[in-house]
Design a protein around this ligand. Structure first.
Ligand code: MLT
Length: 262
């Protein structure tokens, strides 16, 4: 079922009587990146996902986003749906939103799943790369940037064995409004570092990383997990940065096992 909340497209699967999980996608993707998880987990959980402002079906507005405004949107969705302590599950940029949401309102969640993400803010080199990406989108249009960025996200195994899906993903992201994509890049440039807060997280946390993740590699994510009291860490085989898409069987099994304990 689809609902519009605060202008955003929100998607609900499973019985609302069950424990809820809210899934937050990465950049430059949309809610459909969680399809394999939602197909499986909605049998036992109320699964909520949405398109982040500026991406997918959600409106672009003025394209002036911050990590704070992304967390505001998340909070409004949780309030409107009256979700009682959902599990928060975010990948990469969705992980940045999740980490900042934990910093702002940890008591609103029962557990967190952090996939292929990091707590550090962009360093100078990272900020310049994003500025160059904005310039490239302005001069060449969105498609060449989307193709290169997405190519770097996926591992070789997926690109070779799922060529058609991979090409479809590039085509879909290339069709997004460039204003929304650039707005997300600016929000990521401007985000705070959440590393200091990791030691203050009290809820159960599960950290998931694709073994071939080139953007947030296993050592970076293991170091993050080590800073969170009691956090579990798992490396997903045959996967790059997009582990829920690249190896859904292993990701689903790992998440299911974690959820049974929380
Ligand atoms: C993502 O997958 O959300 C991006 O890799 C995040 C980023 O560019 O930092």
């Amino acid at each position: 079922m689809k609902e519009t909340i605060n202008g955003l497209s929100v998607f609900l699967e499973g019985s609302s009587k069950n424990k809820s999980i809210i899934f937050i996608h990465g950049f430059p993707y949309d809610h459909t990146m969680w399809k394999a998880q939602i197909d499986e987990l909605s049998k036992n959980y109320f699964c909520v996902t949405y398109d982040i402002r500026g991406l997918g079906e959600s409106p672009v507005g003025d394209g002036q986003y911050t990590m704070e405004s992304f967390v505001d949107d998340l909070e409004i969705i949780i309030d409107k749906l009256k979700l009682d302590k959902p599990v928060i599950c975010g990948l990469s940029m969705g992980g940045y939103i999740s980490l900042r949401a934990l910093e702002r309102m940890q008591n609103r969640f029962s557990a967190a799943i952090l996939c292929d993400t990091r707590s550090e803010a962009d360093n100078n080199e990272g900020k310049l790369k994003r500025a160059a990406a904005i310039k490239r989108i302005n001069t060449e249009g969105l498609a060449p940037f989307a193709k290169d960025f997405i190519t770097n996200c996926f591992g070789d195994n997926y690109k070779k064995n799922h060529k058609e899906e991979f090409e479809k993903q590039i085509a879909k992201s290339s069709s997004f409004d460039p204003v929304g994509v650039k707005g997300c890049l600016l929000a990521m440039i401007g985000r705070n570092d959440t590393t200091e807060y990791l030691g203050k997280i009290k809820i159960p946390v599960f950290v998931i990383c694709g073994e071939k993740d080139a953007l947030t590699p296993p050592p970076v994510m293991k170091a993050m997990a080590d800073k969170i009291f009691g956090a579990e860490f798992v490396v997903i085989k045959n996967s790059g940065h997009m582990s829920p898409i690249e190896n859904p069987e292993e990701v689903n099994a790992a998440i299911t096992k974690f959820l049974l304990k929380v």
